[in-house]
Design a protein around this ligand. Structure first.
Ligand code: ADP
Ligand code: MG
Length: 700
């Protein structure tokens, strides 16, 4: 008889109501199935022993052989603790119990060799091990089934309540006993033989009780593949459903706007990457499924022209288009650039931000509704209820991470059909991650910079070299270049950060006095109008130095600026540093990025700075960033649930992910509804997973 894996965990022998409650609340384990899927964090070699004088602080669990030489009771604030002196041929340490003291005192004997196992603490010059797992050496040796013992995820509460690793391991054994270790296969035979995967039952057994390191590796591979395969399958199905269900406007014809611009007004030759991406977009726009595309391209890769030409496709089909940017400065800049491109084509464009005057605002609303206005550019102001398009066909969103999905969908509800959506981002998401996070978005990548760009020279300097940096700034200004100096601004320490900024501003003002030098300053506490004024002075070249907080991080384009100085660079994240650096190197001149730091740097900061100095490739930088921070901090991943993976790791298992994705794609290509006999097991598993929450946990 086979055991139903949806049986509540309470029914497993050795669990009982108390432990069941703990397992539920601490580890989310409700059923037999959940317990099998509690995969070990790591394995330790139980044949290996430490010596007491080899112990290091903050070590993971260790195993030591020794004898107890005596016990004492030590009074403490509440109650007392039992302390045993434990000794091997190299030294002495203490074993400590806060509970169950009588039972322990009675069952342990002095002078006998024991094997202890657990984490050690370093306390007043001595190592101690609280609540060790302890057994007689003779028992330990006869019990040893496998050299590798699984170490399961745990919590403080679990170990305090006596649900130690040993207990979890026992419960797991019981589960294998009750089920005979037979589990329903969840992958088709053919796929398994092609990929040389071991069976589900073998994989589960060896992941919990590895017979050999080789079998453990194969077990892990099989389970990781399966996990990633079903997630990819689900994402791809979602995408297919989206494409077939969500109708959008089709831009059927290529018309005069596009052709005239392409023939007569293109300001430069497009890069091959830009051409390829435009083709991808045009294909999408030409179909009557709604476009939902992410356009990734490093800073300076030329996303704006791609956006503009996509807009022209919309206008050629008599649709209105909008472009939304996260800040007023950026919107204004897009407005300027796009107005310029529109001039010879006689296209109407307006800018709408929080500071647009009421009279002008009214006019814009009117012209939007009657269809006279073709392109609207702006900030969040575009999302206000009063903004009603006659027929919005394409919405482009720049620098996507500033807008939530909710805001995006707000734009949708302005027509009866959703507009086509193009989201542009300069924060490259590593391909592996993008693939799993945005499985339901199509992705285009501009992976090539326009020809003739000079690589930005990046250096790291310590604060005490500031005089040399000032000298360098003067030389660049003498060559009529402009300079950014950026200060960090982090919410919690806001006031201190402003002080740093103002101190910096003062010292720069002293070093670069008026009237010879002019300095702009921009920070978040200024009124938008003042900010704009200062920004414009710099854009027009009236000031040579711009002292700012990270408000200039996104998109600002001043081609004559050739130096980016980042103060307290150790406080910035990698992708932020890369974004900031992207503000220079936009003109023909050699540009520089100077990372200023104090001498006290953490290992993590050092890696970030070294990466910046070494690489200018946004994707490479994003990969390093991902490794340093983990996927949780990268935009968009929190909601997507890629973090909830049980056994696979998006970064470390990128290769398996690729294989899994290819298999998922191919399976659906050959058999979209999964009706063939071969795919029966896939369909069944897929349905089970959605029924019993697992997979839906991954995707919110
Ligand atoms: P980003 O992708 O960072 O938004 P932009 O669209 O602002 O980049 O382009 C950066 C600069 O490169 C702009 O000054 C733009 O005019 C220029 N540019 C874009 N594409 C090309 C190209 N194919 N050849 C030459 N210059 C280009
Ligand atoms: Mg841009």
């Amino acid at each position: 008889m086979s055991v139903n894996l949806q049986t509540p965990i309470d029914y497993l022998k050795g669990v009982g109501p108390n432990r069941a409650d703990l397992l539920r609340s601490e580890l989310g384990i409700q059923t037999y199935q959940d317990l099998i899927n509690l995969f070990p964090n790591r394995y330790i070699d139980r044949t290996k022993h430490y010596k007491i004088n080899d112990l290091q602080r903050n070590e993971a669990e260790v195993q030591i052989i020794g004898i107890i030489t005596g016990f004492k009771e030590v009074a403490q604030k509440r109650g007392k603790r039992l302390v045993a002196t434990f000794k091997d041929d190299t030294g002495t340490m203490e074993l400590v119990w806060f509970r169950g003291q009588k039972w322990i005192r009675d069952s342990l004997k002095t002078g006998q060799p024991y094997v202890i196992f657990g984490k050690t603490n370093w306390f007043s010059g001595k190592f101690s091990m609280p609540h060790p797992e302890i057994e007689l050496q003779s028992e330990h040796e006869s019990n040893l089934r496998s050299a590798m013992q699984a170490i399961y995820p745990s919590t403080e509460k679990l170990s305090n309540k006596g649900v130690t690793n040993k207990v979890v391991s026992k419960i797991m054994q019981q589960l294998f006993l009750e089920t005979n270790g037979r589990f329903i296969e969840t992958l088709p035979t053919e796929m398994m033989s092609e990929l040389k995967l071991i069976s589900k039952s073998d994989a589960l057994f060896n992941v919990h009780f590895p017979k050999t390191p080789e079998l453990l590796a194969r077990a892990q591979y099989r389970l990781k593949f399966e996990e990633l395969f079903y997630i990819q399958l689900q994402l791809i199905i979602k995408n297919l459903i989206h494409k077939s269900k969500i109708k959008g406007f089709a831009f059927n014809k290529v018309g005069d706007y596009f052709n005239t611009f392409y023939k007569d007004h293109l300001p430069f030759e497009l890069t091959n990457a830009q051409k390829r991406v435009l083709k991808e977009i045009r294909l999408d726009l030409g179909s009557n499924a709604q476009m939902n595309r992410l356009l990734q391209g490093d800073v300076g890769s030329g996303k704006t022209i791609v956006a503009f030409m996509s807009i022209l496709m919309g206008l050629d089909n008599d649709f209105q288009c909008c472009l939304m940017a996260p800040t007023a400065i950026l919107s204004a800049q897009h407005y300027q650039g796009i107005s310029e491109l529109c001039k010879p084509l006689e296209i109407s464009v307006s800018l709408l931000t929080g500071s647009t005057k009421t009279s002008e605002r009214k006019l814009i609303h009117e012209n939007l509704e009657n269809g006279n206005l073709q392109i609207l550019i702006g900030t969040h102001a575009l999302l206000e209820d009063k903004v009603k398009f006659k027929n919005l066909g394409l919405a482009i969103i720049d620098e996507q991470h500033r807008f939530g999905v909710a805001q995006r969908s707000k734009l949708w509800h302005k027509n009866e059909l959703p507009p086509n959506v193009l989201v542009m981002t300069a924060t490259p998401i590593p391909r592996t991650l993008a693939m799993s996070v945005y499985g339901d978005l199509d992705i285009s990548v501009i992976d090539e910079l326009p020809a003739g760009r000079k690589a930005i020279k990046t250096v790291h300097r310590y604060d005490n070299n500031r005089l040399k940096v000032f000298k360098f700034m003067k030389d660049e200004i003498a060559l009529e270049r402009q300079i950014y100096i950026v200060y960090p601004l982090i919410q919690e320490s806001e006031n201190m950060d402003y002080k740093d900024l103002m101190d910096g501003y003062e010292s720069v003002s002293r070093e670069f006095p008026m009237p010879e030098y002019q300095i702009s300053i921009v920070h978040g506490k200024m009124k938008p109008a003042d900010k704009d004024y200062e920004m414009q002075r710099f854009v027009k070249g009236e000031t040579q130095i711009m002292v700012a907080t990270t408000v200039i991080e996104v998109g600002v384009n001043v081609p004559n600026a050739s130096v980016m100085i980042i103060e307290s660079a150790e406080r910035f994240g990698l992708s932020q540093l890369h974004q900031l650096r992207g503000r220079v190197g936009r003109g023909a001149e050699q540009s520089y990025c100077i990372l200023m730091t104090s001498r006290k740097l953490s290992q993590n900061s050092k890696t970030r700075l070294e990466t910046m100095v070494r690489s200018s490739d946004g994707f490479e930088i994003a990969e390093v960033d991902l490794k340093l921070r983990g996927p949780g901090d990268i935009m968009g991943t929190q909601q997507s649930g890629v973090l909830n993976l049980r056994i696979a790791d998006i970064i470390k298992d990128a290769d398996i992910l690729q294989v899994a994705r290819d298999y998922a794609k191919n399976t659906l290509k050959l058999d979209p509804s999964l009706v063939s006999a071969d795919n029966k097991v896939i369909l069944h598993t897929y349905r089970q997973m959605s029924k019993y929450r697992n997979i839906w946990n991954y995707i919110s």
